[in-house]
Design a protein around this ligand. Structure first.
Ligand SMILES: NC(=O)C1=CN([C@@H]2O[C@H](COP(=O)(O)OP(=O)(O)OC[C@H]3O[C@@H](n4cnc5c(N)ncnc54)[C@H](OP(=O)(O)O)[C@@H]3O)[C@@H](O)[C@H]2O)C=CC1
Ligand SMILES: Nc1nc(=O)c2c([nH]1)NC[C@@H]1CN(c3ccc(C(=O)N[C@@H](CCC(=O)O)C(=O)O)cc3)C=[N+]21
Length: 294
C-alpha cells in the first residue's frame, strides 16, 4: 500500500481564499481590518522567517499586520509592557508571541498576560481551560490545522484510536483535547512512555509532535493509518540541509493510508489557522457572528 499524500499547502490556500473573502464584510461593519500582532524576541533565524511569513500572509489576506522585533536583551518587564500595550490597542485582535523566548524570560508569565480574547495561539491557561471544558475559546493554531486535515481526509473521527506523541502546551495537549472532543480514544505519549512502537502500532491516527528527526519509524505504523507529522527538524543529509518531520516518511508512506509531508503538510496550515484565529477573534471582539469556513 502506498499512502495518499495530504496536501497541506493546497488545503491552506483554499482556507485562505475563504478567509480573505470574509474580510471586506468585516471591514464594512467594523470600519477597520482585523489586526494581528506578532512579537519576536531575539534573532533566531528560523523564527525570523516564520514571523515574516506570518506578517506577509496577514497582509495578503487583507488584514493589518503589526510586527515587533525586540532585542535578545529585552527584560521581562519590557516584554510585559509591550503585551499590555497590545492588549489595550483596539486595532489589534490577535497577539502571538513567538516561542521559545530567550533564556531568562518567563514564557508562561508572558502568555498569561495576554488578553484571552486576543490569544490567537491558544496558549493562555484560560484558553486551555475553555478547550478542556468544551467552551468556545481560542484553539492553538497547529492542532486546529491538524484537525482540519484529519476531517478532510477521514470525515468523522468518532470512535477512532488515536495517539499523540508529545504533550506540550502549544501542540500535544490541545491536539489530544481536540481529538477527544471529536470522540476519538486518545493515547498521549511522551518521553517517559514505555513501548512507544507498540502503542503507535495500535493507532488508526498518529499525530507526531516531538521535534526529533524521523524518530517514528515506518515499521511502527499500522497499515492504513492516517499520519500527521507536526515535527520540523533541520538536518544535514548528503551534504545538504533539509527539513524533515518526526516520522520516517519514506518508510511510513509504504504502510499508511494517508500522510502529511514535511514541508508542505502541517506547516502551511499553521500559518493559515493563525489567520483564521485572528479573524475569528476580530469578529468576537466587535460582536459580529463568526463566519464558518468549513
Ligand atoms: N509545523 C508546525 O506548524 C509546527 C511545528 N512544530 C514542531 O513540532 C515539534 C514539537 O513542538 P513542541 O510541542 O513545541 O515541542 P516541545 O519540545 O515543547 O515538546 C516535545 C514533546 O515531545 C516529547 N518527547 C521528547 N522526546 C521524546 C521521545 N523520545 N519519545 C516520545 N516523546 C518524546 C516530550 O516529552 P516530555 O513532555 O516528557 O518532555 C514533549 O512532550 C517541534 O519540532 C516543533 O518545531 C511546533 C509548532 C508548529
Ligand atoms: N507562539 C508560537 N506559536 C507557534 O505556532 C510557533 C511558535 N511559537 N514557535 C515555533 C513553532 C514552529 N511553527 C511553524 C510554523 C510554520 C511552519 C511552516 O510553514 N513550515 C513549512 C516550511 C517552512 C520552511 O521551509 O522552513 C512547511 O512545513 O511546509 C513551520 C513551523 C510555529 N510555531
Amino acid at each position: 500500500m502506498t499512502a495518499s499524500i495530504i496536501d497541506g499547502r493546497a488545503f491552506a490556500d483554499g482556507l485562505g481564499r475563504k478567509i480573505a473573502g470574509s474580510i471586506p464584510i468585516f471591514e464594512a461593519y467594523a470600519g477597520r481590518r482585523p489586526g494581528l500582532a506578532v512579537v519576536l524576541v531575539g534573532t533566531d533565524p528560523a523564527s525570523e522567517v516564520y514571523v515574516r511569513s506570518k506578517g506577509r500572509m496577514a497582509r495578503k489576506l487583507g488584514m493589518e499586520s503589526f510586527e515587533y522585533v525586540l532585542p535578545e536583551t529585552t527584560t521581562q518587564d519590557e516584554l510585559l509592557a509591550l503585551v499590555a500595550r497590545l492588549n489595550a490597542d483596539d486595532r489589534i485582535d490577535g497577539i502571538l508571541v513567538q516561542l521559545p523566548l530567550p533564556k531568562g524570560l518567563d514564557a508562561l508569565a508572558v502568555v498569561t498576560a495576554i488578553d484571552p480574547a486576543k490569544d490567537v495561539d491558544g496558549l493562555h491557561p484560560m484558553s486551555a481551560g475553555m478547550l478542556a471544558s468544551g467552551l468556545p475559546g481560542m484553539v492553538s493554531c497547529t492542532p486546529l490545522g491538524c484537525i482540519m486535515l484529519l476531517e478532510a481526509t477521514l470525515g468523522s473521527l468518532a470512535g477512532r484510536d488515536a495517539i499523540v506523541v508529545g504533550r506540550s502546551i502549544l501542540v500535544g495537549k490541545p491536539m489530544a483535547q481536540l481529538l477527544l472532543a471529536r470522540d476519538c480514544t486518545v493515547t498521549i505519549a511522551h518521553s517517559r512512555t514505555r513501548d512507544l512502537p507498540g502503542k503507535v502500532a495500535q493507532a488508526e491516527i498518529v499525530v507526531a509532535a516531538v521535534g526529533a528527526a524521523e524518530m517514528i519509524r515506518g515499521e511502527w505504523i499500522r497499515p492504513g493509518a492516517t499520519v500527521i507529522d507536526i515535527g520540523t527538524s533541520r538536518i544535514e543529509r548528503d551534504g545538504r540541509k533539509t527539513l524533515v518531520g518526526d516520522v520516517d516518511f519514506a518508510g511510513a508512506v509504504e504502510r499508511a493510508g494517508a500522510i502529511t509531508p514535511v514541508p508542505g503538510g502541517v506547516g502551511p496550515m499553521t500559518i493559515m489557522t493563525l489567520m483564521h484565529n485572528a479573524v475569528i477573534a476580530a469578529h468576537r471582539r466587535v460582536g459580529l457572528p463568526e463566519p464558518t469556513w468549513r
